[in-house]
Each structure stands twice: as structure tokens, then as C-alpha cells.
Design a protein around this ligand. Structure first.
Ligand SMILES: [Zn+2]
Ligand SMILES: [Zn+2]
Length: 112
């Protein structure tokens, strides 16, 4: 089994209609994102503020949970305004832009 201690501690059950970000099948777990934020920068409408994009949990089916946890699937994220979703970083996102590969923390999904 590829389920690490991390997965057992951090995975949460997802709602019945949530889909796996990789394959679109019904998701069984949601993992916290490998990096909690993306796209930090100044607010285009008010330069006094900084905006930080916060990533939601990553919904996955059992098959792809295993792939992400054992490192065979590299998660990416598309930050296009109309898209903003996770996916397999080797694929194009639905808007046509490639997913940006998310940094994986040293002690992220994989226990050393
Ligand atoms: Zn899947
Ligand atoms: Zn996209």
C-alpha cells in the first residue's frame, strides 16, 4: 500500500460529487495542496495590497491518490483566471495552457 502516514493523517473524505483532478472520476480523498499558495503579487486594482492565491485541497480518486503519494504523478496547477484547477502536470489544462508543476516540499507527499 502506498498510503503514507501523511496520507492517513491529512486525507479527508470528499463530497460525493467531487471529481478527481487527474481523471475526472469520483474522488475519494482530498489532499492538502503541496504548496498552499500560488501567484503572490500586487493587487492590480489597489497597489497598497498584496494578493495571494490560496490553493484548495486536491481531490483525487484512489488510483491517483496512490500515484501522487508515490511520486509517479506530478501535480500541476493552471492559474488562468477561467481555469484555476489542478491536474497532471504532463497534460494541458482544459483552457489549453500547460499546468504549472507545483513545487513538492521535501517532506510533502512523500515521506523520506
Ligand atoms: Zn483519478
Ligand atoms: Zn487552464
Amino acid at each position: 500500500m502506498a498510503a503514507s502516514r501523511y496520507a492517513r493523517q491529512m486525507s479527508v473524505a470528499v463530497k460525493p460529487d467531487v471529481r478527481c483532478v487527474v481523471c475526472g472520476e469520483l474522488a475519494t480523498v482530498a489532499l492538502p495542496p503541496p504548496s498552499p499558495t500560488i501567484a503572490r503579487g500586487p493587487d492590480p486594482e489597489d497597489a497598497d495590497y498584496q494578493l495571494t492565491g490560496v490553493l484548495p485541497d486536491v481531490a483525487l480518486c484512489a488510483t491517483h491518490e496512490e500515484g501522487v503519494l508515490d511520486g509517479t504523478i506530478a501535480l500541476g496547477c493552471c492559474d488562468a483566471e477561467s481555469c484555476r484547477r489542478f491536474g497532471d502536470s504532463t497534460q494541458l489544462s482544459p483552457c489549453g495552457e500547460p499546468f504549472v508543476k507545483l513545487p513538492v516540499k521535501r517532506n510533502g507527499y512523500r515521506k523520506s
